[in-house]
Design a protein around this ligand. Structure first.
Ligand SMILES: [Zn+2]
Ligand SMILES: [Zn+2]
Ligand SMILES: [Zn+2]
Length: 172
């Protein structure tokens, strides 16, 4: 994991899934459901519009994130043997979660099997040298599909939450 990746959080199962209704902020109808590059779905207030000149959205800023329906996997939970599903968090991170994991909106607590496996990005070796230190570069693809070239000596230390080694990074 790298600093640009938010700390993995379980998805919020309490999120609303219906696409009907009106904006809780201004009462206008909600716009169409749009899908982001990383597969997340959201609905904006229909009074909001994007101004390409100022690069800011105008009007009401209400955004409703929609729950992405979990996809059933052909794998079983190593803890309890129930089916696993593929879920996508609102940050676009993917995880395998046990279907026996239930969310209780009343107590705001998860019950049942707690197995979850976050899918991390992958790193491939490149035949290129780092312009900063001369070591090899690697291609890093995040779980959300973003790609960057980085120095192979660069490591992320989860204990200190800081990167070590050469800090060369080139976003693709
Ligand atoms: Zn609104
Ligand atoms: Zn399980
Ligand atoms: Zn380097």
């Amino acid at each position: 994991m790298y600093p640009d990746e938010p700390i993995p959080m379980p998805p919020e199962p309490g999120e609303v899934a219906d696409t009907e209704g009106s904006c809780p902020k201004c009462g206008a109808p909600l716009g169409e459901v749009v899908e982001t590059k990383s597969g997340k779905k959201l609905q904006r207030c229909s009074t909001s519009s994007w101004n390409p000149e100022t690069k800011e959205s105008e009007g009401c800023d209400y955004v409703r994130w929609l729950t992405v329906a979990p996809k059933e996997l052909d794998e079983v939970c190593p803890k309890c043997g129930a089916k696993l599903v593929l879920i996508t968090s609102r940050f676009g991170k993917k995880a395998k979660r046990c279907t026996e994991n239930k969310w209780d909106p009343k107590t705001k607590q998860a019950s049942g099997c707690d197995f979850i496996e976050w899918m991390n990005g992958k790193t491939e070796e490149l035949d290129e040298d780092c312009p900063k230190c001369g070591e090899k570069l690697v291609m890093y693809t995040s779980a959300a599909g973003k790609q960057m070239k980085k120095c192979s000596t660069n490591k992320w230390d989860p204990k200190t939450k800081s990167a070590t080694g050469c800090d060369f990074i080139e976003w693709i």
